[in-house]
Design a protein around this ligand. Sequence first.
Ligand code: CP
Length: 310
Amino acid sequence: MGNFKGKDILHGNQFTKKDVDGIIRNASYFEKELKKKDSLNLLKGKILATLFFEPSTRTRLSFEAAMQRLGGGVISLGSVESSSVAKGETLTDTVRTVSQYADVIVIRHPRLGSAKEAADAVSIPVINAGDGAGQHPTQALLDVYTIHKELGSLKNLTVSLVGDLKYGRTVHALVELLSLFRAKLYFVSPDLLRIPEEIISNLRGKGIEVVETGDMVEATQTSDLIYMTRIQKERFTQVSEYEKMKGSYIINEEFIKKLEKKITILHPLPRVDEISAEVDTYPGAAYFRQMRNGVFVRMALLAMVLGRIP
Ligand code: CP
């Protein structure tokens, strides 16, 4: 496994299979430790800064919980309106400032490439918590941790990724990791929200079997896993386009009844209408377990980039 001390976490393509195995091992260690005690002292004295220029519940709070469970402290930019960003301060000046007060930065920003821009401006580790329609690598890592726990292995799976594949940064990051384990991938989306062509050609270049379809029922009959995503209203320039796309795919009781075998269902959340609440009690519905796993994976990542574990 590569040494992550001092490293940025920016893109799903930066990890090797060995890295992913190591992160899963470390996350699993922290999950077990938290069953024995509420917190550890591993990052005592260290400070995490969270800079969220877009809304978040899970990513921000699970990073903050992870840091506090490790004994570290957290500072937050808070709302953009209450910071000097509202006075016109640039992203690079903001992160340069924050790097004087913290040991690691987690950033979410609507602009593609913003996390890399932030990382280039400072010497402390920067973790990308979502850059526009680009990447969300820590979500992808908690997704594979969840898949490993739920299915017992990451090898040779068939996965259906469903919904907004054009703007879905969680999918863009996850397929990088799944390709390390030779998954067969079904991309299920409306025509207007297809996965970017460069992602498809990159996967095919690595010898990954990829199928693009609009038919969720057909794709999921042979899949081990459905990775459902929300149609992201905030990425559309015209609400009328969003209105046409919303409700394209819905997992409900009727869909579950037609499945020939049990299937694992993940979703990065938040959901809108794409998974009905009646599905939450289905044994394969793993999305709430998935979100809890975010704490263990982010504990592992913080401890690794701060050099406290290999
Ligand atoms: N999955 C995810 O990124 O959720 P939040 O937007 O709530 O952080």
